[in-house]
Write a protein that binds this ligand. Structure first.
Ligand code: NAP
Length: 432
């Protein structure tokens, strides 16, 4: 019997567990660890609450969690409650699937002013992440700026522009829904440091912007190259650019405007005690296609700034770490230690990208560790004994089900599901 520990219960962790189970059948026990008693990582805390069809992938993970060879062990922080070295003693292999939960910094003056927040914080706030329950983003001003031209920037801008009615059927948390309902923001400027041909926004997500109840996207036609230049673009990007071009034809008759400001690089954030404006430099593309400042600067009013420029992984003591992810070669960090998902590749790709990633690492493990193990490793029983000796009380999948049922049961008719937003709320449901 082999014992495997997958650290992190987001998409990468679940696909890896699924692949290991397929590879080893009943010859392996797979424990999926998470620092929270609630599983699914990015699906619960990252995917936008109004994108329920994307969140539905958790049904597939449910099946994995409920299968005989897999256990969910929540409420355990690897690196604090237990070390990677401890896990390597107890398990035949350890797979880090810890995602990339931290915001990359812009590195500009004024970034630390109140009112400048990262997308991980903002997304965490509206998705009920316990670390950001008290974020209280400043929504009393009329202007917001979102920095970045990727899908996370679009998520943030869209959430800022939707009406209460448009959140029906979502699982946005109550505190965010109420705050957004009273928001004074009327202009949301999306700053892209390069042009429409360089966006990282995908067509489905851009397409939604043309159908918002109270907000309309705004583009400047002069930012676009001649239409013939779209022809050689890869089909997905071409579709995105076509959608962006089409925004110029929309009637500008709604209360909120989502302004795409391309070739715009933030230089600094300014304000008296809190952010009031962003100073931006006009850019052009250099020979390599990177953004090069032209020296022309202007200011964009901003009472709230959200940076959505990518994420990094949390380091774990004694695991080599560089450039915001674990140092690895095709997923292998060291003997019997692997990384998958964003912790392996960095924060790019869709949820589905993690599937081949997890399967690839599971194949490598299966190739190096035959099903007939030496029987030396204790797996979960040793882990639980060690945790108990340290006063840590792990939770299991039935505990998660109890939390989930209580959350669903909390929903008022016609309102979104009310997720718990604090660690102690979860533990209280479990009588801890
Ligand atoms: P992303 O797609 O890598 O986009 C990051 C954006 O930030 C890029 O436009 C980048 O511009 C810009 N940027 C980076 N550094 C910057 C700086 N210093 N100053 C100004 N701009 C800067 O990352 P993401 O939006 O965080 O998304 C992460 C992944 O999740 C992506 O694969 C995304 O597609 C996926 N995702 C998918 C969905 C969905 O399917 N609905 C939703 C959310 C996220 P440059 O190109 O110039 O570097």
């Amino acid at each position: 019997m082999r014992h495997f520990a997958v650290v992190g219960s987001g998409p990468a962790g679940f696909y890896t567990a699924e692949a290991l189970e397929k590879a080893y059948g009943d010859q392996a026990r797979i424990d999926i660890l998470d620092r929270y008693p609630v599983p699914y990582g990015l699906i619960r805390f990252g995917v936008a609450p109004d994108h329920q069809s994307l969140k539905a992938v958790s049904k597939r993970y449910d099946k994995v969690a409920e299968s005989a060879g897999v256990d969910f062990i929540g409420n355990v922080t690897v690196g604090a409650d237990i070390s990677v070295a401890d896990l390597l003693d107890l398990y035949d292999a350890v797979i880090l699937a810890t995602g990339a939960p931290h915001d990359r910094k812009l590195g500009i003056p004024g970034e630390d002013l109140p009112g400048v927040i990262g997308s991980a914080e903002f997304v965490g706030w509206y998705n009920g992440h316990p670390e950001f329950a008290d974020l209280d983003p400043f929504l009393d001003g009329t202007h917001a700026v979102v920095v970045g031209a990727g899908n996370v920037a679009l998520d943030c801008a869209r959430i800022l522009s939707k009406t209460r009615h448009e959140f029906e059927g979502s699982d946005i948390v109550g505190h965010a829904l109420d705050a957004l309902d009273h928001s004074a923001i009327r202009t949301i400027t999306i700053l892209g440091r390069r042009g429409p041909h360089q966006v990282a926004m995908t067509p489905k997500e851009l397409g939604e912007l043309g159908h918002l109840e109270d907000a309309v996207p705004v583009v400047e036609p002069a930012d676009f190259p001649p239409i013939e230049a779209d022809e050689p673009l890869e089909p997905g990007l071409r579709k995105s650019v076509t959608l962006l071009r089409g925004f110029a034809d929309l009637p500008q008759d709604k209360a909120k405007h989502m302004v795409f400001d391309f070739f715009a690089k933030p230089l600094r954030a300014e304000g008296d005690g809190k952010v009031e404006r962003i100073i931006v430099e006009r850019t052009e593309l250099d020979e390599k296609g990177s953004a090069r400042g032209t020296g022309d600067t202007y200011e964009v009013p901003a009472s709230l700034v959200i940076t959505a420029i990518g994420y990094s992984t949390s380091p774990i003591p004694d695991v080599p770490f560089e450039g915001g992810k674990f140092v690895n070669e095709n997923g292998r960090i060291a003997d019997r230690l692997y990384a998958v998902g964003w912790a392996r590749r960095g924060p790019t790709g869709t949820i589905g990208t993690n599937r081949p990633d997890g399967y690839d690492v599971a194949e490598q493990i299966a190739a190096s560790l035959p099903a007939q193990g030496s029987g030396d490793r204790e797996g979960a029983s040793g882990l639980k004994r060690l945790l108990e000796s340290r006063g840590v009380m792990p939770t299991d999948y039935d505990d998660w089900r109890k939390i989930e049922e209580t959350e669903v049961g909390n929903a008022r008719p016609g309102s979104p599901r009310e997720k718990f937003v604090r660690h102690q709320d979860w533990l209280q449901v479990l009588g801890r």
